[in-house]
Design a protein around this ligand. Sequence first.
Ligand code: HEM
Length: 233
Amino acid sequence: MGVMNVGVLSLYRTSIGKKVIMAVTGLIGIGYVVMHMYGNLKAFLGMEYFNHYAEGLRELGAPIFGHSHLLWIARLVLIGAVVLHTWAAWSLYQEAERARSTKYVKHVKLQANPAALYMRVGGVILFVFIILHLMHFTWGIPGVHPDFRWDDAYHNVVAGFKSYFYLPAIFYVVAMVALGFHLYHGAWSMFQTLGLNNHTYTQPLRLLSLALAIVIAGGFALVPLAIMFGIIS
Ligand code: HEM
């Protein structure tokens, strides 16, 4: 009995540790998408403004940091956060699977938690999105982007979304729906893990997660939508 308790406790502890890793790395991701979405909206102010901002990213932290230095530090932090987030998700998934399939009298398949399933599927969709997105607008892979210019981010966005009968624009908008769901449930889980939830805060925190998801995903979707409808050209 005592042994079992210790086992359960340490499993609980490691699970909590991984959930904290998910919450903290998720928060880093939220911070990034908030800033990226805000920056993207500068596309509504025109080419000069947008390209000035894109160049400004490389000068971030100047004169203390050299050209692109702070940008590279941010990139490394972001890559680390994505790796840890994915690892913790995978590890928690395996723990849950193990707990489900203990060889007991009869294998009772418990109802899988649908939210957890959507988070995993959504996470994979977002991972694929990020890779395609980097091929599209950061690396300008020929064929993914039809006319990439290293010094003209505005042109890359407008031409990139217009290409292939607006298919990339539609793909981004769909991916942002996935991002919205991931953010909604992710933010909510993060609040729970960080222990902010109790009965008084349940409703406000749900609303806050929903608002965050709508503002971020909606804000991102505005740019491809504006290009589809000729508002940005
Ligand atoms: C409609 C939505 C989006 C648009 C129009 C957009 C646009 C862009 C553009 C133009 C760049 C290249 C900037 C440059 O090199 O100067 C970029 C880079 C990037 N975007 Fe997005 N983005 C969108 C959504 C997202 C989302 C949802 C994520 C993450 C979940 C994301 C993650 C990144 C990353 C990681 C980079 C590379 C930054 C770097 O290392 O330089 N983007 N995006």
